[in-house]
Design a protein around this ligand. Structure first.
Ligand code: NAP
Length: 279
């Protein structure tokens, strides 16, 4: 049976360490989260971020705009936050309504306050094999989890399923920077099962149940980023946990695997930006 990659346990330890560190700061970092509209999932995510930040002693401000806010108004607010010395980190919750260009938003946040690591400067650094100011939260959380269990990536065949800008693409670069041999799969990939069968490490970020135990190479490591609700309203990941845990050597559960690590990374990134800005 596979060893479970326990994201909750690691989160609790890392956040405890971060709280002790923050207790020693005279001044606290400030994280500003901008939410546009009333998307229920986004509201839950934003609320969790605020609650976690507050527990640690990070100042947390949520700016909630109505769905019909203009792009100009949003960009003006970001400019104002960029110039506000009290603001450490800016996060614009995605997805945004169609009339607002995500690119324009990302081009406006200054890289020094880009807590998600999504602005062109930080993405460019990552994809050049250089250090961005901070790494994107979900892939960073995946690597923290793999490192916690001392999973060696050097020379391993890592298969990333999904190529989004928030998970799949940065994940693949971060694995490449760790000297893994990386294959990226997506909805047009023809022989997904065959590719997965050759993987030492699988990171799946799709949002559909696409991986069964029989597809996996024995003793592989499987990290499940996907989250969705099935017909019964139960939270599920991309991987069939029961069958996969019989084949894999390590497996992350959903919930309790990558999710807690993403929010942990956000808190770590906020403090990293704060420390870098005070140098
Ligand atoms: P996304 O933007 O919808 O991307 C999904 C990716 O999956 C796309 O690249 C898509 O390919 C690919 N895909 C879809 N069907 C496929 C199939 N049958 N076979 C192979 N690839 C397929 O989603 P995302 O934002 O990256 O998120 C992915 C999942 O992770 C979601 O369930 C999301 O809720 C979850 N998530 C979890 C966390 C966390 O903290 N745990 C954080 C972020 C996201 P194409 O590019 O060809 O369309």
């Amino acid at each position: 049976m596979a060893i479970v990659l326990d994201g909750k346990k690691l989160r609790d330890r890392l956040l405890e360490g971060l709280k002790t560190k923050l207790d020693g700061f005279d001044k606290k970092p400030t994280l500003v989260v901008i939410l546009v509209g009333e998307n229920p999932a986004s509201k839950i995510y934003v609320n969790n971020k605020k609650k976690t930040a507050e527990k640690l002693g990070i100042n947390s401000v949520v700016i909630n705009y109505p769905e019909n806010v203009t792009e100009k108004e949003l960009l003006n607010k970001i400019e104002e936050l960029n110039n506000d010395k009290e603001v450490t980190a800016i996060l614009v919750q995605l997805p945004l309504p169609k009339h607002i260009s995500k690119e324009n938003v990302m081009n406006t946040i200054i890289p020094q306050k880009d807590v998600d690591g999504f602005t062109p400067y930080n993405v460019g650094k990552l994809f050049s094999g250089e250090e961005p100011i901070v790494y994107p939260c979900t892939p960073k959380g995946v690597l923290l989890l793999l490192d916690e269990y001392k999973i060696d990536l050097d020379g391993k065949h890592a298969v990333v399923v999904g190529r989004s800008n928030i998970v799949g693409r940065p994940m693949s670069q971060m694995l490449l920077n760790r000297n893994a041999t990386v294959t990226i799969c997506h909805s047009h990939t023809k022989n997904l099962a065959q590719i997965i069968k050759t993987a030492d490490v699988v990171v799946s970020a799709v949002g559909k149940n696409i991986i069964e135990g029989e597809m996996l190479k024995s003793d592989c490591v499987i990290v499940d980023v996907g989250i969705f609700k099935d017909e019964d309203g139960k939270t599920r990941g991309d991987v069939d946990f029961e069958s996969a845990s019989k084949t894999a050597s390590y497996i992350s559960p959903v919930p309790g695997g990558v999710g807690p690590m993403t929010i942990t990374s956000l808190m770590l990134n906020t403090v990293e930006l704060f420390e870098k800005s005070s140098v």
